[in-house]
Design a protein around this ligand. Sequence first.
Ligand code: ASP
Ligand code: MG
Length: 409
Amino acid sequence: MALIVQKYGGTSVADPDRVKFVAEHIAKTKRAGNDVVVVVSAPAGMTDDLTHRALKISEMPNPREMDMLLSTGEQISIALTAMALQELGVPAISFTGPQVCIRTDDAHQKARIVDINANKIGKELSDGKVVVIAGFQGIDTHDEITTLGRGGSDTTAVAIAAAIGADVCEIYTDVDGVYTADPRVVPNATKLAKISYDEMLELASLGAKVLHPRSVEVAKIHDVKLAVRSSFNTHIGGTYVVKSEELEKEYAVTGLACDKNVAKVSIFGVEDRPGIAAEVFTALAQEKISVDMIIQSAMVDNLNDIAFTIAKSDSKRAKLILENLKSSLGYREIHVDDNVVKISAVGAGMVGAHGVAARMFAALRDAGVNIDLISTSEVKISVVIAYDDENLKKAMQAIHDAFELENIE
Ligand code: ASP
Ligand code: MG
């Protein structure tokens, strides 16, 4: 007998039939003698739909009211899931985040969990019930409803697993595990049996959609055993996210991620004097625009070019900010390009290996893909290239082939 947290994403509870299907699997887990806590997301598309409704009323909706609105999606899923379990003869009870005191800070729309009332959950479990809890939402110290940011239900599940000391936190989704690359982009991508927290955190942060980055962070800190599995094919084994010591082998490259939510900003012909970079990036920071990759070209005739990437959603604002600085920066011209994509190769074994970057760049050269920007760290290499579906697929496949990721175990 084990204590298991199961999280079901939006596609897994998209409609009443899906809810019934998922309830069968929960019932089976419970009847096998386990204690089960279930965390659910809003039905697929609902959070988007609610967001669109708000945007029809206000261009910049009040964050508190947004949380009030968006938290309703998950409330639908918990009630329906509990009902479906009861129909199967399984005692179950649903709770919103505030009802089980999922305390967060007060940062609306991007709140962080600080505490969970494990006693209340434990009491219902010892009464023999399956406890169904709404993901993505919590309550701050002023009793205001908060949400954790898009995709935040994963984080709710992991935080609950940590709070109640669950044996495993199973994330059920519409894919059957973590792949070496998105199979829709790289058809021969393979499923990883295991991946380390650090690699998973990088992949999630770099655009792999399968887990919310914060959930991996929380799992790592609290040593929560994480499994990613399919809610459609529950008999198929998924991917375990584990400590790196538990991996048999560290590969130079374990997986690829791509992120289309990137824009490239180029500033051409800016004077080469101290303070230019400080002025550009301070102005952006003041507007809470985070900058990712930065390059400054070698100086020619006392003039530099600076290029960097930001989130696509920030590109219009960034352009305005820089245009307003034209007289003090004295650049020749700026250019904002929304049509780019960032591709990253991640692997814990990169630290000791050599020639990893060279291999990646050679693969892109042979595929005829031009690289715009490069950045590296101990566990990842990222490049920005021009985006169109064909260029992206070509680049991803070339890198996947170069590191023989189709043969990874
Ligand atoms: N329903 C929320 C979203 O769509 C939270 C989640 O699905 O994890 O972002
Ligand atoms: Mg989701």
